[in-house]
Ligand binder design. Sequence first.
Ligand SMILES: Nc1ncnc2c1ncn2[C@@H]1O[C@H](COP(=O)(O)OP(=O)(O)OP(=O)(O)O)[C@@H](O)[C@H]1O
Ligand SMILES: [Mg+2]
Length: 471
Amino acid sequence: MTDREKQVPTAETGEEQERILVVDDDPSMRIALMETIRRLGYAVQGAVDGTEALERITKFRPWLVLTDLRMPRLTGLELIKEMKARAPQTAIVLMTAYGTVETAVEAMKLGASEYLLKPFSMDVLERAIANLKAGREEGGGLGRPVHQVEHRALLSQDPGMVRLLSTIEGVASSQATVLIHGESGTGKELLARFIHLRSPRAHRPFIAVNCAALPDGLLESELFGHERGAFTGAVIRKVGKFELAHTGTLLLDEISEMNLALQAKLLRVLQEREVDRIGGRDPVPVNIRVIATTNRVLYREVEQGRFREDLYYRLNVFPVTVPPLRERVVDIPILARHFVNQSAMRNGLTPPVVSDGALAHLQRLPWKGNVRELENVMERALLLAGQGAILPEHCPPERSEEAAIPFVRAAQPANGSLWEMERELIFKTLARVKDNRTHAAKELGISIRTLRNKLREYREGEHSASSLPGG
Ligand SMILES: Nc1ncnc2c1ncn2[C@@H]1O[C@H](COP(=O)(O)OP(=O)(O)OP(=O)(O)O)[C@@H](O)[C@H]1O
Ligand SMILES: [Mg+2]
């Protein structure tokens, strides 16, 4: 036995929470998984199917079982059912291939903590285990789903951006309010999370509020919360986001969209460090770090009288501007590959090569929608390319009609307009696939995010259309 192996806890000596059982009938997969898990410092045992797994569980008493779905004798699903009866405290992660996602959902209903879509990278496995462990240690029972806690990496090799990030690392540790400027889709929210995760508050809540998404009245009760009966419709007490973010970080997204009255109330919270719930008697003290984002030039809003100057100075303690993607083209290849890989993983596909031609083409596009647009374009390119390499023709920029939709809507959609036709196509497709958005997006050749945005636009369109005087 080498020294390195000696340091690793063995099946006999491992602490209770350090034991993991791998169940897979494919020997090479089983050995690879076991080896990875062993390297992570866990004690690990293997089983070739559900029946053997059940035998091992009694003696080995793992805290986590990682199991394949299709196996001879007892399958993954049967194993989960059996384990819930015999060892309900044990966390279960199901490994499954694309095409069996419904079974994975079934597994979650039966009590699996998480499922991993094959093929997955060992990083994904490592993160899944770490998350389950963290959830367990927080006393949160069997842990939270990976996709909810998984934080997205912020990638860049553009010198200006790298400099910005290293300055921000320094500021992150302070309590300073950060004001992030940047065009839509440049990564402002991601940067806000980056700051939070590098701050002493990283293990505290990160609460984001989009100030543009809600009408004024709702935004106020969303932020401040309200007591029961504070106004008609306030049937239960609601804890506001300021309170939810207590000891953590509050992200005020699109701050410029907040109305002047609410700005005054926000200023009071920032100055006094306490909130007045709507209908509440005593103010509630809060300890929050605030990060705000805007895609407008906030000082210009001040000059136009749309934003309070005193609030502006409160927020502008540490201003940051995220450059648009077209000003950091060196980031385009790494981001493009990253999004293709991510999307391939999510869909259980082997990530294709992005050809040099495609990368050169991508670096020449205007990217009005910045990184978000690149993400959508690459998701679509993956589907368009099929099994082969991604070529320039697989990467058209998001259709210009899409960008024009808000204007089409503002001008009131007429019958037979592009907007209408697109909406009809989307709804028809959704009906055909029984409202499965993943399938609909795939059929339409757009990303799920784009589909979601479109559906939101349609909803908002209905609202504004119905509230038009006489319309
Ligand atoms: N540097 C980056 N590395 C990896 N992913 C990124 C990067 N920048 C942005 N993204 C991704 O691009 C998408 C858009 O980013 P984000 O939502 O943070 O932008 P935003 O500036 O807040 O956009 P908006 O103004 O529309 O709200 C997200 O999916 C995010 O994860
Ligand atoms: Mg945002």
